[in-house]
Design a protein around this ligand. Structure first.
Ligand code: GAR
Length: 213
């Protein structure tokens, strides 16, 4: 059985979704850079060891990253899962976990990298928005894409209503991606694309606004 470590910074709803999916893996630890992160309580309630590596105690990004990887490596994880982890990671850190570090981002990458994705999607007038699980590479919010979910943007949506619609899909696709990794079904091609062993073909189309019938 594979072992994973989950990194969080906040509320931890994706962490909870992964825990509630009861995947065939061991969550060895939940590590937060924020001592007050709500997800730490969630982890404790599930009997999972927690650690805090407070970025404020480090003047340099490199020493924070070293302290973080020292905590991670104690648990010898097969996979490191960023679940709302809001620190930019150095190339050295990313390189250390190459091919075994994944992230969820609240947009259909490569659109809307960075922050405030829902606000920016509304401002751009896109009709479809969503979320992406990807392997992490040194470039922020880039890297081989594992799975995406798209949702319609509705007229009258606020940043909050759109975020909630996307978040519900995050909670579906992130456990799925973690499961695939732990089943050894993900492969990264030399071109940097993800292939899925025994994948089922997607079908149909999400059209927004819907076509007139
Ligand atoms: C999620 O929406 C996640 O996609 C986003 O932070 C939120 C964390 O929520 N991550 C990023 O923006 C990373 N660039 P959670 O703590 O409830 O899982």
């Amino acid at each position: 059985m594979k072992t994973i470590v989950i990194l969080i910074s906040g509320r931890g709803s994706n962490l909870l979704a992964i825990l509630e999916a009861r995947l065939p893996l061991t969550v060895a630890a939940v590590i937060s850079n924020e001592p007050q992160a709500g997800g730490l309580a969630t982890a404790k309630q599930h009997g999972i060891p927690t650690r805090v590596v407070d970025h404020r105690l480090h003047r340099e990004r490199s020493t924070f990253d070293e302290a973080l990887s020292a905590e991670i490596d104690v648990f010898k994880p097969d996979l490191v899962v960023l679940a709302g982890f809001m620190r930019i990671l150095s190339a050295a850190f990313v390189g250390r976990y190459r091919g075994r570090l994944i992230n969820i981002h609240p947009s259909l990458l490569p659109a809307f990298t960075g922050l405030h994705t829902h606000r920016r999607a509304l401002a751009a007038g896109v009709k479809l928005h969503g979320c992406t699980v990807h392997f992490v590479t040194p470039e922020l919010d880039h890297g081989p894409i594992v799975i995406q979910a798209a949702v319609p943007v509705m007229e009258g949506d606020s940043e909050q209503s759109l975020a909630a619609r996307v978040l519900a899909e995050e909670h579906r696709v992130y456990p799925q991606a973690v499961r695939w990794f732990c089943e050894d079904r993900l492969n990264i091609t030399p071109q940097g694309l993800v292939t899925l062993k025994a994948a089922q073909a997607a079908s149909g189309a999400l059209v927004s606004p819907p076509r007139d019938s």
